[in-house]
Structure formats: structure tokens, C-alpha cells
Design a protein around this ligand. Structure first.
Ligand code: NAG
Ligand code: NAG
Ligand code: NAG
Ligand code: NAG
Ligand code: NAG
Length: 664
């Protein structure tokens, strides 16, 4: 009598993409957890390699709302502390409210273009490009059929403020940046439609209007501007970040360079006819973001976020910069305003070899004194300082680099349950998702790790704008279709019980009374395991469910491998056969799986294999496999599957291996 046909499903296949305790926990579909083991994410450098361990998707109507029709350009305005967000679109301003625990609501205010006949369709539209608080109401500015204009929105009524050059561009995709500081307004938007094609940085309201010389920047792309109040009011600075064409035309040199420029806020222009309406205190420096260990350079600045010092020390304000390289890999570099200020105060000027005039270029003068013409001339012809601005830290290296093409960044400084400080980065990818990357401020050796991928939209689309509310712990994002409010403390998406919750290493989350909860929602102190050296041994049940043994039958002389997903960034994993450790994978291992290869199966290879994970003093069994000979399998009706299974397993491991080779 022949045995019944074998059922291969009983064998169990090592799971690659969907794995871990989370996959067993039966979560609702919307909160689907995926373990995206993207191998090439770890890039060799020990500090690199953010890795994603969970995916969040918002709920329609509650976390995200559709515009109704496509909005090709959106601008977003959110005031921290409120539960609403304003979005400027095409001829409309939307107000979205996201009340706690209720469905979101939307109101729209129409601001169609007020101008008469126009040529192309796009030209006739009024794309709102600027929203800003103004007294009781909101200032909204838009392209208005190529007649840039502003409106005041107060209490649901719209009042036209007429044509306002410099507040909005002529068409929505221009290189525009507008900075408000009290009564002062600065702008990079050109004021003439056909003249003056060279982009300038101007003061358009407040003290006398000034602009940058046309020779000090080459084809600039503006990224971010900020005002910094220094120790003395006359020393207050404007810093702005931009990219420009590299003046170095050496074929080895990168095409673009990233810069920070400084201006004195009190600049009154110069004394000569050439300098009278120009900034006299302009200087620029190169922003470096490169890793000397791996010799990787990231030249293209994508976005900047300024994180003020909690004690109000302007020098300790951190500048988080996202950069990319020609292959669209990214790096995050962190600078301090104190270092930037020092470079401008102390460096010599590039290409200028005689003694500097007094006052030295870039110096702010007290008492509204004009800058002497000689100082202006030297700075105007040598606007770049020789010294470069390098990242903070002893090694002056990126915080991390990654194969993802990151575009925007915001940073949340938060305190975990025992007061430890974390900087949590939210980075948008070119796939319309957000990565949550955690960096502890407490431990020198601490790793940077990517703990979550957030899918804020129903329709995958580029994230056009992002705004952080640090106090209410919310993130607002817009695409051309939707607006979404994302809570920062997303804890119920972590499965795997207490161990799964603590192993996620999410500083916003802890274990309390049988649930993974936000540390901010609980009155009691919750169980958190933040120190990577002392993991989750306090969990109520000391050991999570042990993995059941999985069986596979294998022919002699065949090849095989066993794979164990490395769920924790901090654990050491190994494969044990009897008493012998056959394969060891330390934290920071290249591949996201700890893989044991058996090149040529002999009798000694049969038997039980355990994948064990150790963090500090805590050891758990993550996987248990039993390799059976064909005779043993026959007794257990398992024969027949092994060959088919082997083929699929080799195919399964191929992507991992290829990615592994790519990152070397
Ligand atoms: C909230 O929105 C969802 C989806 O649009 C809908 O099914 C539900 O009935 C709404 N709830 C309330 C209270 O309006
Ligand atoms: C706004 O409108 C409401 C009623 O529509 C009115 O009570 C309130 O006084 C108005 N506020 C301002 C500042 O005009
Ligand atoms: C940077 O280089 C690209 C070509 O790769 C060029 O098109 C662009 O204009 C350059 N300048 C800036 C500021 O990005
Ligand atoms: C990098 O990304 C830009 C768009 O963001 C795209 O146009 C370009 O082709 C990409 N380059 C490579 C090498 O993938
Ligand atoms: C495996 O080992 C056996 C003997 O130990 C040998 O005959 C056989 O050629 C080997 N197979 C491979 C693929 O190396």
C-alpha cells in the first residue's frame, strides 16, 4: 500500500517578508503589520542601516481625507496646539479638522483668480502657494493668473489685498521661499515676470529692500531660511540653505554643491551706488555630508529641519540636513548653528590671499552703521568662506545613510518614560511613505534604527508637504489627493505581546496591563525597555511562546539553508545544532536574516537546529527546525515535498544574496 500524497504545507517555509511575532497576532487589515526585511538597507557602516519593522496605514475619514479632486500643488499650514490644518490648493483653501476620536471634517473657501482673460489653462488658475498667520486671520497668497496676489481670510470671509509681488510666484513650480519674522518678510520669488531671471534672496518688507548680488550664487535652488536671534540684537542673522551649480568644473567634481548662507538682519545696504541696495553681509559656506570610512559623498541637499535647543541656547540649535547622492541614496547629517556661526566669523575667504579689510566681511555692525565699500567689494568678489561646515560629533560623519531616497525631514525631541531623550526623525520617501527613525541622545554607542514605515495615504503619491506638531504629537502630510493626520505614538500596531512591544524599541510605546500603549496615554508608569543592554526581561511572562519545531526531509548530499529573521537590532543571533553553534550573527549583521548554509548534507547534519537570540542576559528561541533523512520522513509521510521545497527555497534566498552583494 502506498502512503497518501504528501502535504507540503505542513513543512513550513522560512518566511522572508512577512514574519515575526507580529504576523501571528491576527491584526485588522488596516493595521497590517509587515516586516519588510529590506536587505540592502544596511550599508556596512556600523551606525547605518535603519531597518523597518512595522507598517502603519491610516483609516479613511478619520486619519485621512480626500480633496475630492486632484490638487497638483498644495501648501500646508498648521499651528501647533490646534487639531486643524489649512491646505492651499487650486483656487481654494481647505480647512481640515481632526477632532480626537471623531471623524475628520473639511470646509473650503474659494479664492478663484480675479484677473481677466488669460492664455493657457494653467495660467488662468490661482494656485495658492503661501499660507501664514496674520493677526486674527490667515494670509493666503497665490499665482492669480500670473498676477501674484494675496487675500485675508478672517472668520470665513475673504478679503482681497490686491497684487503683492514677491509673496507668490507667477507659476506654482518656481523656486520660492518666503520667510516671515514679525513685520519683516524675506523672499526668493522674483518680482518681474520677464526681467531678472537670476534668483535673488530679498528683504521685501520691513527695513529698506535689499537683494543679493547676481554673482554670489550660481543657479540657486532654495531649501530653507531661518532667522536666528543671537546674543546681541545687532548680531541677529538670517541663515538660508540652498544648492547651486558647482563652480568647480573639474569632471571629477560633483555637479551641485550644498550651501548655507548668512546675512545680518540689521544690514542697511552699502554706501556706494553699487552696494546701496544689496546685502553687504552675504557670505556662503559649503555644507559637507560625507563618510570618510566608506568614502561616500552626499552632495545634494534635499531638506533642512531646525531643532531648537530646549534651553534656548541658539548655538545648540541643531540643523538636520537630508542629502542624496547621484544614485539617489540618502544620508542625514546634523550640524549646530554654533559651528556654522563660527565658520563665518573665523574663516578666511576662498581665493582671497591678502589681509582682510576691517570690519571683516560678514561682520554685523552695531548702530545701523553701513558697511564700508572696501569690505563690500572684497566679500562681493569672494563670497565663499574657505572653511567648510562639517557635521557634529567627533567623527564628523553622517548620522546614518540609507538606500532610500529621502526627501523631507522633521524631527521630534521627546522623553521616554524614564526621562531619556530621543530625537525621532520622520523622513518622507519617494514612494509616498514616511520612515520613523529613532536616535537616543543618552548612549554614545547607541544605534540609529528605523522602526516603522507609515503609509499616510490611500493612494500612493508623493508627499508634497509635511508639518509636525510636537506638543500634540501629530504629523500632517498632504499629497495631490489627500491630507492625513498621523499620530506619532502608534503603539497598537506592534504585535507579539510584551516582548514584541518592547523589542520594537519605540520610545513612545510601553507595555501596560496586557497592551502595547502610548506612554502619553497612560497615567501609570508603563514598562519600557529603552537601554539596549538591558532588554525586556521584566515582561510578565518571562518567555514568549516558543516556536514549534518545523520539519523538513532532505536527501543526502543536498544543499540547504536555514534562515532566522533578526527581529531585534540589539540582539545576537545564532544557529545551534546540538551543543555546537554553527553560525553566529552579531547586531549590525549585513543581512536582515541569520542564515546557516549546509553545502553538502551528510549524516551528521540531520537533527534539531535552534535559532536563539540573546540581548544582555536574556535568551530566547526564535526558530526550531528538524532536518529529517528520507527514511525518517517516510515514516512521517513527509517524503516528496523536499525537492520542490528546496527549489523554492533557493529562489527565495536569491534576492537576499543579490542585495547582500550589492551593498558590499
Ligand atoms: C466616519 O467615517 C466612516 C468612513 O467614511 C463612516 O463609515 C462612519 O459612519 C463615520 N462615522 C461617523 C460617526 O460619522
Ligand atoms: C466671527 O463670526 C462670528 C459669527 O459668525 C461672530 O460672532 C464673531 O464676532 C466674528 N469674529 C470676528 C473677529 O469678526
Ligand atoms: C545640479 O545638477 C543638475 C544636473 O545633474 C542640474 O540640472 C541642476 O541645475 C544643478 N543645480 C542645482 C542647483 O540643482
Ligand atoms: C533620482 O530621483 C529623481 C527624482 O527624484 C529622478 O528624476 C532621477 O532619475 C533619479 N536618479 C536615479 C539615478 O535613480
Ligand atoms: C558531497 O559529498 C560527497 C561525499 O562526501 C561527494 O561524493 C559529493 O560529490 C559531494 N557533493 C557536492 C555537490 O559537492
Amino acid at each position: 500500500m502506498t502512503p497518501p500524497p504528501p502535504r507540503c504545507t505542513s513543512l513550513g517555509v522560512p518566511r522572508y517578508r512577512i514574519s515575526g511575532p507580529q504576523a501571528r497576532s491576527g491584526l485588522p487589515l488596516q493595521l497590517l503589520l509587515l516586516l519588510l526585511w529590506t536587505a540592502a538597507d544596511t550599508q556596512g557602516h556600523p551606525k547605518s542601516g535603519p531597518r523597518i519593522s512595522a507598517v502603519w496605514k491610516g483609516r479613511a475619514g478619520k486619519d485621512r481625507v480626500d480633496f475630492g479632486s486632484a490638487e497638483p500643488h498644495t501648501v500646508l499650514f498648521h499651528e501647533p496646539g490646534s487639531d486643524s490644518v489649512w491646505v492651499g490648493g487650486r483656487g481654494k483653501v481647505y480647512l481640515f479638522n481632526f477632532p480626537e476620536g471623531k471623524n475628520a471634517s473639511v470646509h473650503t473657501v474659494n479664492i478663484g483668480s480675479t484677473k481677466g482673460p488669460c492664455l493657457g489653462k494653467q495660467d488662468c488658475e490661482n494656485y495658492i502657494t503661501l499660507l501664514e498667520r496674520q493677526g486674527e486671520g490667515l494670509l493666503a497668497c497665490g499665482t492669480n493668473a500670473r498676477h501674484p496676489s494675496c487675500w485675508s481670510l478672517v472668520n470665513g470671509t475673504v478679503e482681497s489685498l490686491g497684487e503683492r509681488r514677491g509673496y507668490a510666484p507667477f507659476s506654482p513650480d518656481e523656486n520660492s521661499l518666503v520667510l516671515f519674522d514679525g513685520d519683516e518678510v524675506y523672499s526668493t520669488i522674483r518680482k518681474q515676470e520677464y526681467n531678472g531671471k537670476i534668483p535673488r534672496f530679498r528683504r521685501i518688507q520691513g527695513e529698506i529692500e535689499l537683494y543679493t548680488s547676481d554673482t554670489v550664487m550660481q543657479n540657486p535652488q532654495f531649501i530653507k531660511a531661518t532667522i536666528v536671534h543671537q546674543d546681541q540684537a545687532y548680531d541677529d542673522k538670517i541663515y538660508y540653505f540652498f544648492r547651486e551649480d558647482n563652480p568647480d568644473k573639474n569632471p571629477e567634481a560633483p555637479l551641485n554643491v550644498s550651501r548655507v548662507a548668512q546675512l545680518c538682519r540689521g544690514d542697511q545696504g552699502g554706501e556706494s551706488s553699487l552696494s546701496v541696495s544689496k546685502w553687504n553681509t552675504f557670505l556662503k559656506a559649503m555644507l559637507v555630508c560625507s563618510d570618510p570610512i566608506t568614502n561616500k559623498n552626499f552632495n545634494r541637499l534635499q531638506d533642512v529641519f531646525l531643532l531648537p535647543d530646549p534651553n534656548g541656547q541658539w548655538r545648540d540649535t541643531r540643523v538636520y540636513g537630508v542629502f542624496s547622492n547621484p544614485w539617489n541614496y540618502s544620508a542625514v547629517c546634523v550640524y549646530s548653528l554654533g559651528d556654522i556661526d563660527k565658520v563665518f566669523r573665523t574663516s578666511s575667504l576662498k581665493g582671497y590671499h591678502t589681509g582682510l579689510p576691517t570690519p571683516r566681511p560678514g561682520k554685523c555692525l552695531p548702530g545701523r552703521k553701513p558697511i564700508p565699500t572696501e569690505t563690500f567689494q572684497v566679500a562681493d568678489s569672494h563670497p565663499e568662506v574657505a572653511q567648510r561646515v562639517e557635521p557634529m560629533g567627533p567623527l564628523k560623519t553622517p548620522l546614518f545613510h540609507s538606500k532610500y531616497h529621502y526627501q523631507k525631514v522633521v524631527v521630534h525631541r521627546m522623553h521616554a518614560s524614564h526621562g531619556e531623550t530621543f530625537h525621532v526623525l520622520y523622513l518622507t520617501t519617494d514612494r509616498g511613505t514616511i520612515h520613523k527613525v529613532v536616535k537616543s541622545e543618552e548612549w554614545e554607542h547607541s544605534l540609529v534604527f528605523n522602526i516603522m514605515e507609515i503609509q499616510p495615504f490611500r493612494r500612493a503619491a508623493a508627499i508634497q508637504a509635511m508639518s509636525l506638531d510636537p506638543d500634540r504629537r501629530k504629523l500632517y502630510v498632504s499629497s495631490q489627493w489627500e491630507v492625513s493626520q498621523v499620530p506619532l505614538d502608534l503603539c497598537d500596531i506592534y504585535g507579539g505581546g510584551c516582548h514584541g512591544c518592547l523589542m520594537a524599541r519605540d520610545p513612545y510605546c510601553g507595555w501596560d496591563q496586557g497592551h502595547c500603549v502610548s506612554i502619553f496615554s497612560s497615567q501609570r508608569s508603563v514598562l519600557q525597555s529603552i537601554n539596549p543592554d538591558e532588554p525586556h526581561k521584566e515582561c510578565p511572562s518571562p518567555k514568549p511562546d516558543e516556536a514549534p519545531p518545523q520539519k523538513v526531509s532532505l536527501a543526502r548530499n543536498s544543499r540547504y539553508y536555514l534562515s532566522c529573521p533578526m527581529e531585534s537590532r540589539h540582539a545576537t543571533y545564532w544557529w545551534r545544532h546540538g551543543e555546537k553553534v554553527e553560525q553566529r550573527c552579531e547586531p549590525g549583521h549585513q543581512s536582515p536574516n541569520c542564515i546557516l548554509f549546509i553545502e553538502n548534507l551528510t549524516d551528521g547534519h540531520y537533527g534539531h537546529y535552534y535559532c536563539e537570540a540573546q540581548e544582555g542576559s536574556y535568551v530566547r528561541k526564535a526558530q526550531h527546525w528538524q532536518l529529517l533523512s528520507e527514511d525518517e520522513a517516510k515514516a512521517q509521510h513527509l517524503l516528496g515535498c523536499a525537492h520542490a521545497l528546496l527549489a523554492s527555497l533557493w529562489l527565495g534566498v536569491l534576492p537576499t544574496l543579490i542585495l547582500g552583494l550589492l551593498v558590499h
